[in-house]
Design a protein around this ligand. Structure first.
Ligand code: LMR
Length: 325
């Protein structure tokens, strides 16, 4: 397990170390990798983890060396990236992050187990994930995913609040595409348990113009709205989404339910261009995801799915020029 102690990781460590992600009987060794100037801060985090007296936590290894940080990992959560500041476009971040994720991919290739599950969180997450996977050619592409579970959870919650039910009464929303403002939160296949009665999200919400308008923009813009309000990007909700994502990889998705994650697009049945990390609905069993195929896509959805794909193609092509540089 590998993390960096930015705010998201700080919110995440406790949940992982107490068994919320990998199970209540799975001993945990946490490897915390960060840049050298952050090592004194990391020492404080190590002290706090020790002070939690968590029975599953067997060792905490703080380091600034990739050969230590990536050695024999079973799971890698790549949280650190060049952070976005208020008003900054995600593309501005691309160049700096290509360099970071190339280094991390190469270190995974060299030091991690070939079975390692890699979750990329640092933005632009989809393209960073693609760069990391291209830099680790001997690790299967299927082992790499990027976080769109935060968007998935946001979509679920928005619908639940609108209907007036708890969030677990809403399932099978979909986030298509990029973890950016072009993402497409799609509720055409979502089911709501509306006070005991199962129905489509469109019937439960009973406001098509909201579902096709403000709902979509709210979810698309939520990260920016949090940054504007907090002057910091989301940490608690991102950490929760990371836990949800990794736990589902480890233990599978519940029967009849899918989740959203950014995965390698090559071979998909939805007409999404190959060689992207694109968010799809997936079901997971035995630590292996499968895209949920055969969902009907109307013209409204098609346009939005293609729009976010075009952004990812553009990001990828720009990133690849930086990769070669
Ligand atoms: C979020 O969705 O909250 C973040 O990814 C926002 C950002 O760009 O840092």
């Amino acid at each position: 397990m590998l993390l960096t102690p930015v705010a998201i990781a700080y919110s995440l460590l406790y949940s992982i170390a107490k068994g919320d992600v990998f199970g209540k009987d799975q001993p945990i060794i946490l490897v915390l990798l960060d840049i050298t100037p952050m090592l004194p801060v990391l020492d404080g985090v190590v002290m706090e983890l020790q002070d939690c007296a968590l029975p599953l936590l067997r060792e905490v290894i703080p380091t600034d060396k990739v050969e230590v940080g990536f050695k024999d990992l079973d799971a890698a959560i790549l949280v650190g990236s060049m952070p976005r500041k208020e008003g900054m476009e995600r593309k501005d971040l691309l160049k700096a992050n290509v360099a970071i994720f190339k280094t991390q991919g190469e270190a995974l290739e060299k030091y991690a187990k070939k079975t390692v599950k890699v979750l990329v969180v640092g933005n632009p997450a989809n393209t960073n994930c693609l760069i990391a996977s291209k830099s680790a050619p001997s690790i299967p592409k299927e082992n790499f995913s990027c976080l769109t579970r935060l968007d998935h959870n946001r979509a679920r919650s928005q619908v639940a609040m609108r209907v007036g039910v708890p969030s677990d009464c809403v399932k099978n929303v979909i986030i298509w595409g990029n973890h950016s403002s072009t993402q497409y939160p799609d509720v055409h296949h979502a089911i709501v348990n509306n006070h005991g009665k199962e129905m489509s999200a469109f019937d439960a919400v009973n406001d098509e113009s909201w579902l096709k308008g403000d709902f979509i923009t709210t979810v698309q813009q939520r990260g920016a709205a949090v940054i504007k309000a907090r002057k910091l990007s989301s940490a608690m909700s991102a950490a929760k989404a990371i836990c949800d994502h990794m736990r589902d990889i480890w233990f599978g998705t519940p029967d009849g339910e899918w989740v959203s994650m950014g995965i390698y697009s090559t071979g998909n049945s939805y007409g999404v261009p190959n060689d992207l990390m694109y968010s799809f609905p997936v079901m997971i069993k035995n630590k292996t995801w499968k895209v949920v195929d055969g969902l009907a896509i109307n013209d409204f959805s098609r346009g939005k799915m293609d729009g976010t794909a075009a952004e990812l193609v553009d990001e990828r092509d720009t990133a690849l020029t930086f990769l070669g540089a």
